[in-house]
Design a protein around this ligand. Sequence first.
Ligand code: AMP
Ligand code: MG
Length: 354
Amino acid sequence: MTKIVRVNKNNPEIELIDFAAKVIKEGGLVAFPTETVYGIGANSFNEEAIKKIFIAKGRPQDNPLIVHIAELEQIYDLVKEVPQKAKTLMKKFWPGPLTLIFKKSQKVPYVNTAGMDTVAIRMPSNTIAHLLIKRAEVPISAPSANVSGKPSPTDASHVIEDLYGKVDVIIDGGKCDVGVESTVLDLTEKVPVILRPGAVTLEMLREVIGNVEVDPSLLKKPQEDLKPKSPGMKYKHYSPNAEVYIVTGDLEKVVKKIQELTEEQLKYGKKVGIMATVQTSTQYEKGEIIVVGDRNRPETIAKNLFEVLRQFDKKGVDVIFAESFEYDNIGLAIMNRLEKAAGYKEISAEGELP
Ligand code: AMP
Ligand code: MG
């Protein structure tokens, strides 16, 4: 049986947190909110508990988990060394949506790291996540609390949809602030590499530590035999049931193209979803139109993206046409998740190439 507990994130009820913390200590699974998305967590030092995460999610075993900590000192149990650049980044961005990759200590089980000698670590800022880790008195390993392949959960209702009956506790702490998963930065290479873009952006990282690269596979279809450094790169991810197409080009042309594509699909008897923005939504007349956010405040688009994908599934659309976004700042994270949801299918609004 899954117990659902509602906790106030502005003033968490400590007895409810302690109830969930005890479940973690005893080797159980707790789904909990973070500022990015909901996580499904277990004691990082308990191999059997970690295995249960993979089973509950249907997650491939070669996809490693992020270890979540509440206090800086906890890192010294988990890693071989903390490079200077990591120290600088931790000071600037922790707690927050930045995951750093280190060489792992012996204490971290290989089931957690998918057999790799590196470990991903993050300190979440969400008060519920922070308190849960603190009261459990162990680091908590947690991937996103969705069934593998589905859009990440940004509200407890999404976790209930995917994992009710498969975890011991679901903490309902309301909607997540950021809405896309943490930035994953690999510090084990000479030049740090972003393996997954998030709300701590390339621009922000470069300002603090200088040279940072983006893994070239982030925005294009990965090769079949890719050995995942960050498995988000390997698997089709974040996918709603409908086929998603990203329509690219100049915004005015994009709107026009989506109108045409919608007409065409409706003629075939398909149910069409349109992922629109505050700036464009009134220009669409047909199809199921959902506004994902405001182009002038791209953080609103990140926050709503996964929820909107789930809403289209509820409406039972066959195909979704999504407007595209700029690749800078948080736009890189938005486009990376959209590309994965679409299986990298794009339609140009700029007309056929000659
Ligand atoms: P999730 O947030 O559910 O997608 O799961 C955790 C993410 O962290 C995955 O995409 C992993 O690729 C990434 N990750 C965890 N551990 C490592 C590691 N040791 N090296 C590279 N990426 C990692
Ligand atoms: Mg995930």
